[in-house]
Design a protein. Structure first.
Length: 185
């Protein structure tokens, strides 16, 4: 019969000693790699985070993975993530390949059905975002945008009346407000 609570006391001791080593290593490496490692994530950040969790768990509970191997794998992933994000700063091509563009889901109160289908979002989800931002009707929204980190940004109509430089990289903006020019009579 397989043991339920404890196979060998040395296994428990290994887990108790390995867990703090891996935990401290992760904290130090995340601190060194920067805030992006734990900020709101895009798909690639999420993949690295999940992989780090898996490597940490393997190093803690698996007899076949040493703590040093686990920490080495975590360090390699964080280094790759750092290199990728650094290259995104200098290469538009890399940035476009890696990071999704923000997408307009509502414009001037009109749901952009094709964009919503492509992003697999429902009207209910968009309406929830409107309510979370204090709007009770889609007509009150200039734009609702699905951001690169999968959050929904809601821009009320009055906020979208002036120049909109922050909207330049958003996919699906049909009408870009321009800076108002004052006329002298």
């Amino acid at each position: 019969m397989d043991p339920i609570f404890l196979d060998q006391p040395s296994d428990l001791l290994r887990v108790i000693l390995t867990a703090p080593v891996i935990y401290v290593s992760i904290v130090v490496m995340i601190r060194l790699s920067g805030k992006r490692s734990t900020s709101q994530m895009n798909n690639f950040d999420w993949i690295v985070t999940v992989a780090i969790g898996s490597l940490a768990a393997s190093g803690i509970v698996s007899k076949s993975v040493t703590a040093l191997e686990s920490v080495g794998g975590i360090a390699a992933l964080l280094l790759l993530q750092w290199l990728l994000t650094k290259s995104m700063l200098y290469s538009r091509l890399v940035s476009r390949l890696v990071k999704a563009r923000p997408v307009v889901l509502v414009e001037d109160g009109v749901f952009q059905e094709d964009a919503m289908k492509q992003e697999r979002l429902t009207k209910r989800e968009v309406m929830a975002a409107l309510r979370e931002n204090g709007l009770v009707d889609p007509d009150q929204a200039k734009w609702v945008i699905l951001e690169t980190d999968a959050t929904l940004s809601v821009i009320p109509k009055q906020a979208g009346e002036g120049p909109a430089r922050a909207m330049e990289d958003v996919h699906g903006i049909s009408q870009m407000p321009q800076a108002r020019r004052s006329t002298v009579s």
